[in-house]
Design a protein around this ligand. Structure first.
Ligand SMILES: Cc1cc2nc3c(=O)[nH]c(=O)nc-3n(C[C@H](O)[C@H](O)[C@H](O)COP(=O)(O)OP(=O)(O)OC[C@H]3O[C@@H](n4cnc5c(N)ncnc54)[C@H](O)[C@@H]3O)c2cc1C
Length: 717
């Protein structure tokens, strides 16, 4: 048993022993109204003789009773009034009850929180979010109404993420009116026959009204805040549109699609190309390029399949023509024609938010039009971040935005290519261009490439890139360009790397300027600040996709779009909170790297107890037959439990294989279910089943199996 667990068990045993003693020795008989009345004068004499000892002892007794959640706090509060009087009694009880409550809160957190979190993770996360947003008014309400059981509030709040100081202060303030009433009643002890005499229905009614006050106050504050935000602007009497969407990338297209599907009047504005980055400069061209590069690689390694190895001549113009062709084939799905047919009013032009209900559109001929709208969804995307490296601009650097046109115009694969950045985009491009024939140097300032994956994965992919000829330089910082050389710093030394082309791929920054956000004062940091309903500071303006983050994927933008569209159009009736717990990531290197949920690094950082189940592809029949048996599947589970916390797959088609785990996590299915599902033979997908099998083997019911063994031995007789 770990030290932490032993401590928790010891504390639990201590509490159980004291509570048991309380009931076994019938200590509750001392904490009755009758007993208090009978001893009132003795206690008063004792107070006269030894005031410090009596007050100190009473204080400690009160703290202990409430900290241990023992019954009797109400009688002790009456006793405070009877013995110490109204003001001193209120003072002592107010501090003693708040301290006792805080100790109970801490004990519950220490003993139970991890267990509850492991068992009811998703629900706990939702409650934590609620506590973060509204914890103070809710706790205040519960405290102001003394009818809510005191000890349950302490123990329950201990299971949330509320800070101790917040809990203490809100509790002390919230309990004050009830304390005052009870202590006051204690000053007239003779008139009370039962504690229920104190809380008459009228008094409970007053407390309920008082208790509702924080919640009502919160709504009023919300209303006032909203009014203040909109104060500077005049709301139109009528609106031209239900929704205006800015940007026709993945986020904007899906938002407009949903709006049109539910028959809203929606305008979609795009200043660049329909389809946004994914179609024109991102996912689609990069994956098309990767396809050509993989074929070149396979042709070079054809001997592995018993064919004569070829040294294919790369016709880069033809490769780029194919890339264009792929874009052109997919483009109709994102086109003006398609969306117009779906019922979306599509405008090609630049949108600018004039006020919370007005968007100005400057079309490509320079004409402008203003549309009033009830809601706005910003889906303006992101653009490559270019670090401030002296000499870089003069060297004619490229980014994922500019490289496609520029390299196509050059007509040949760059001879020496330097890629700055070790993230997914830089790594995918490094492998692809190396396969197409470039001498690629990849520069990464951090200690490893693919920093969002586990160390083992980064090392695995870096080794593959190196064997394919990429000069992967981690821990190298690009400091300046001198002509066509990049100077990199490594430790104390500097090295010059000569290049013909340099691509900067060090991350993408949200597009936050040039369309009115500054004038509206919408908060932004690296991305636009939105809440869980994707609302910005203005309740009728939403944001999705790369501009809002936190992830920059096409499927993530599309996922957010549903919430933004529905909340923008139906928010008055019901709002939906976006859920980011099961988001798949895939990096399209060869082999691919895909993960969902926790990696070992994130689980460790979040202090989530886990064990790692691993299946190596070395003996997967299909992988062996295809010659792609390098890679693995790792699944994170809580120790001894059938629950998937996260999965990482490094394999050919890892992005496809991951889908089964994404579904399982989304719907709370465990490894037993995957193991019990028939997978076609021979497929790569069997890797998932075998990973589940590894978990099963490690979690065999050993005791039961011993009995089964005995049974079989007996059957031999
Ligand atoms: C090289 C590369 C490879 C990638 N590969 C993948 C991948 O394999 N899988 C994946 O999931 N993701 C990938 N991504 C990321 C993916 O492309 C983005 O996450 C996705 O495009 C985000 O969609 P979006 O709608 O938020 O923004 P965008 O697609 O950028 O669309 C925003 C649109 O808004 C328009 N706009 C901006 N301001 C205005 C304005 N004021 N008025 C009118 N229009 C405006 C822009 O012109 C743009 O078209 C890749 C990205 C890159 C760069």
């Amino acid at each position: 048993m770990s030290q932490g667990k032993a401590g928790k068990v010891a504390l639990l045993a201590f509490f159980a022993a004291i509570i048991a003693a309380f009931f076994i020795f019938d200590l509750g008989t001392y904490l009755t109204l009758g007993n208090l009345k009978a001893r009132q004068s003795d206690l008063a004499t004792l107070l006269d003789n030894r005031p410090v000892a009596v007050i100190g002892g009473f204080f400690l007794l009160y703290v202990a009773t409430t900290a241990l959640s023992l019954p009797g706090a109400a009688i002790l509060t009456l006793a405070a009034g009877a013995i110490l009087g109204l003001w001193l009694g209120t003072l002592i009880v107010s501090f003693a009850s708040a301290i006792g409550a805080s100790l109970a809160f801490l004990s519950s957190r220490y003993v139970l929180r991890d267990w509850v979190k492991a068992r009811f993770g998703k629900r706990v996360a939702a409650i934590d979010r609620g506590v973060a947003n509204d914890g103070i008014p809710y706790l205040l309400t519960l405290r102001l109404i003394p009818a809510f059981p005191f000890f349950l509030i302490n123990l329950g709040m201990g299971l949330t993420t509320m800070r101790l100081a917040t809990f203490y202060i809100v509790s002390q303030i919230g309990m004050l009116p009830g304390t005052f009433v009870f202590v006051n009643a204690g000053t007239q002890l003779a008139a009370i026959d039962s504690t229920s005499d104190i809380l008459s229905p009228a008094l409970i009614g007053s407390f309920v009204l008082l208790g509702l006050f924080p919640l009502i106050a919160k709504s009023i504050i919300g209303l006032v805040k909203r009014r203040r935000i909109y104060r500077k602007y005049r709301r139109p009497r009528r609106f031209d549109r239900n929704l205006v969407v800015i940007g026709a990338g993945a986020g904007g297209l899906v938002t407009a699609y949903i709006a049109a599907a539910v028959r809203a009047k929606v305008t979609l504005v795009e200043s660049g190309e329909m389809g946004g980055d994914c179609l024109n400069t991102g996912c689609v061209p990069s994956k098309a390029l990767i396809r050509s590069a993989r074929l070149v690689h396979e042709m070079r390694h054809a001997a592995e399949c018993g064919l004569a190895a070829a040294q294919p001549e790369v016709d880069f113009r033809a490769v780029m023509a194919r890339v264009r062709g792929v874009i052109a084939t997919i483009a109709p799905a994102d086109s003006v024609e398609r969306y117009t047919a779906l019922g979306v009013d599509v405008r090609l032009g630049h949108a600018r938010i004039i006020d919370p209900w007005t968007v100005e559109i400057t079309d490509r001929d320079g004409g402008t039009q203003r549309l009033t709208t009830r809601s706005i969804v910003i889906a303006a995307g992101a653009e490559p971040f270019v670090p401030d490296i002296p000499g870089l601009a003069e060297a004619g650097f490229l980014t994922s935005d500019t490289m496609w046109d520029a390299l196509e115009a050059r007509g040949a694969v760059p001879r020496r290519l330097t890629i700055v950045g070790g993230g997914p985009i830089g790594t995918e491009l490094a492998q692809a261009f190396a396969r197409l024939g470039s001498a690629v140097t990849q520069i990464e300032a951090g200690p490893r490439i693919l920093p969002n994956e586990d160390e083992e994965v980064s090392g695995f992919i870096a080794d593959i890139l190196r064997t394919e000829g990429v000069d992967v330089r981690t821990g190298h910082e690009a400091v300046r360009c001198e002509g066509q050389s990049l100077i990199v710093k490594h430790g104390r030394g500097e090295t010059a790397i000569a290049f013909d082309e340099i691509i900067v791929a060090v991350g993408r920054k949200a597009r936050l300027s040039g369309y009115g956000l500054e004038d509206l004062g919408i908060e932004n940091g690296k991305t636009l600040v939105v809440d869980e309903t994707l609302k910005t500071l203005y309740p009728n303006i939403f944001a999705v996709g790369d501009v809002a983050g936190p992830y920059q994927f096409t499927h993530f933008a599309a996922h957010q779009a549903w919430y933004a569209a529905v909340n923008a159009l139906f928010g008055g009736l019901r709002t939906f909170r976006a859920d980011y717990t099961v988001i798949p990531w895939t990096t399209f290197t060869d082999p691919e790297v895909a993960h969902v949920g926790h990696t070992v690094a994130t689980a460790t950082a979040a202090d989530i107890a886990h064990e790692i189940v691993r299946y190596d592809l070395g003996h997967l029949d299909r992988a062996v037959a295809d010659g792609v048996n390098k890679g693995f599947v790792t699944v994170l589970v809580p120790p001894g439990k059938d629950k998937i916390l996260g999965v990482t797959i490094v394999a050919a088609h890892a992005g496809e294989l991951l889908a089964e785990f994404v579904l399982a996590m989304k719907h709370g299915l465990g490894l037993n279910k995957i193991l019990g599902t028939i997978h076609s033979y021979p497929t790569m997908a069997e890797a998932n089943k075998y990973a589940a099998g590894e978990w099963k083997k490690a979690n065999q019911p050993e005791r039961l199996l011993k009995w089964v063994e005995r049974y079989h031995r007996w059957r031999l007789k």
